[in-house]
Design a protein around this ligand. Sequence first.
Ligand code: SF4
Length: 920
Amino acid sequence: MNHISTLPLQPAAKLAGTLTTCPYCGVGCGVRATVNGDGQVDIAGDETHASNLGRLCVKGSALGETVALDGRLLYPQMRSADQQSMQRASWDDALDKVAHGFRSIIEQHGPDSVALYVSGQLLTEDYYVANKLMKGYIGSANIDTNSRLCMSSAVAGHKRAFGADLVPVCYEDLELADLVVLVGSNTAWCHPILFQRIARIRETRPQMKLVVIDPRRTATCELADLHLPLKAGSDVWLFNGLLSFLARNGAVDKDFVAEHTNGMAAALETAEADCADLAAVAKICKLDPQDLLTFYQWFADNEKVVSAFSQGVNQSSSGTDKVNSIINCHLLTGRIGKPGMGPFSITGQPNAMGGREVGGLANMLAAHMELDNPQHRATVQTYWQSPQMAERPGLKAVDLFQAIEAGRVKAVWIMATNPVVSLPDADQVQRALKKCELVVISDIIEKTDTNAFAHVLLPALGWGEKDGTVTSSERRISRQRAFLPAPGEARADWRIICQVAQRMGYDGFDFNSAHQVFDEHAGLSAYRNGGNGGADGDGPHRVFNLGGLRGMDRAQFDGMQPVQWPLPADAAGERQGTARLFADGRFAHADGRARFIATAPRAPRHAVDGDYPLSLNTGRVRDQWHTMTRTGKSPRLADHVPESFIDMHPQDALLYGVREGMLARVSSQWGEMVAKVQHGGGIARGSLFVPIHWNRQSASDARVGALVNPVVDPVSGEPEFKHTPVRVEEFAVAWYGFVLSRAQPVLDDVTHWTRIQGRSFHRYELAGRSPIADHGAWAARLLGVDAADADWLEYQDGSAGIYRAVHVVDDRIDACVFLSPRPDLPSRAWLASLFLKERLEDADRVGLLIGQPIAKGADTGPTVCSCFSVGRNTICDAVRKQGLTTVAQVTGCLKAGGNCGSCVPEIKKLLTEMLQEEVS
Ligand code: SF4
């Protein structure tokens, strides 16, 4: 192992503000948060944090806009006796209800009749006590996490290949590599700071190559040397083909394979069976054979290769095999354990890794120990001194909610997640929760799609209020530190769990701080962990070891610097982290050897057919996070992609009778949703892409989880979010419209709506099936305005069906509504800018009446750069007028792209399109 010299217990450098960690993606960027004199939170990147060195993407930069208390769950609530409403309750009553409810159901039906469903948003300390309660005290392994949905295939692949869930590489390896392969990862949008690290290093090392393997032409592809738009689900063919190519072209590291691995012959035989012929592989993957050959040749020729993969690989019914087919290629070439090379699972959530470390998945124990290993069970039980220990894996996420609907699980406690939105077949989750005897939910938000089914709601602390640790994709443990007071009666998740456990009569939960929980967690990782200087080394060696962090006092824990595990307590008592694993060629299997896995390729479980002829792919957009409970509060983040959408190929749109900008319905065997059609996402024919974020709180009917097939990978249990057979059809409406209003409008006779956070106004995109008989009366009712008011300005073209109205109060715009039979409505960016004016000018009033701005440049267009609020029209104007040809010139002129860099690929794409237009 390569040791780095970071000393984790040095106090943080003396800088203003509190050093903490971003709560969004698995990059784990350090954040400096300062509460200013107005009570606002200023956010900056932590220059001392090794993950980001001071940079933040736009989501991280906007964290200060998401900490206001509007919409927060601030006190416990319990369902009323008539079941009709939720009512405020005391903590004592709520905790008693949970403890007594769980205990009585366990007494009647056994430990497997209850379950916890937790989240990668929890801190490691929360996760630790939840897992301890369930597996060591209740005696069931029915605890699973929403991380099941994003990276459990990577966990399973690591365990099969390496013997434990071990990520071999670190971020620095992406910078040291000569070839970076991004597989199923829109890194530019989903892990922006990591992508910026790659982009920056390429500026200094232009010979470094970037290959993107993704069915869509995403923003990440804009900087790639080669994009392989493979057919969705064909990854194993592609990597088996690569394995075969490497073997046939002299790229095998024979010594490494002989000394450090098992199973190469079987894996190679399987690969050769279907994938030895490059032309055949190219045909199956729907790739240009020359492009495929180029990739194979680059992989063979470059010693320093990092293959980074994410949800596009994991979220599949063959996700684990996809992971292993990638790892096989690194084992064959011996490209692992050395700087600049290795397979790299990039995690989605901020603490997916922390959850994995403490056994947050239903098939894991704790501290990387295994449920089906009696010695491991005894080790954990002895350390915990717990009354019992789960002996078999519990229910994984999809199975868990099916068991709830079937009545086998009668009580569930959901923490920090929104499964009615995020799970596949999400309507089934609703049915399950409706039937469940006891639904307990800990959350920071009062109204979510899932909270609507709660019997007990428990207010948890949010980011900025809670204290503990998270682990990033590169095994780096960082502190999340509180800098805001606990709002209302909210409590830390670990404390709530401990208080319920104590009421259930269990000892072992008398923690007083996250620090104490962390200390016990670190101690368990080193307990009976032989080798590497483990102080309690009377058991077999386990790589996951935090022995060097055990025994910190409170001040040391508070000052703990980000550090990568493993960091066992060595003989000298030094506390060092480990940048990369397997440098000595020893893996975690009992014989110390890595395993090749024979991965026979197979297609997604459900094929498209005549009824459902298109393949639905789901994923994220750049500026939103999960179900938008936090990012949805930021007007800046809302500007980039304000509504959900159905991205599809223009020829498919023509074929299925839908049009860009108009609403369409997508349906599968499991459910349906409605959104506007768009093109330009670089999607192949036969596929659709819909984002995951929108839900019933933000849109009437755009919850894509309802459509997704509940098919899972047989090894990992991870759902197949990247492929569901669907059909698309016109969703006919009589009118389209939108409203911007300082007061909350009253939606009436609206068929479809999306709510968008504006700067000092509410924005709704609207559409209706019923024709509006009296536009004026309808609009006045919508906005609560007296239609006789002198400042109520209207324009109507009855024959064209166009209507617009503006309400002006004290020379300021107070509200406006625009309606049309078609979706070609005026620019919202221009209208939004009028809400920032203290006084409307005459030109503004004229513009409002004619439905377009008078002043040149007033319409900045859709946002491209969220950091500096720079719109597409502004960039296009500058490019045309000033003859800009490079992103650097655009940045120099408009600042766009000059902060977090998340929009650089979009600016580059825009420049390319404009230059092409000029040529043609
Ligand atoms: S890349 Fe962005 S979202 Fe991810 S941790 Fe860093 S600042 Fe947060």
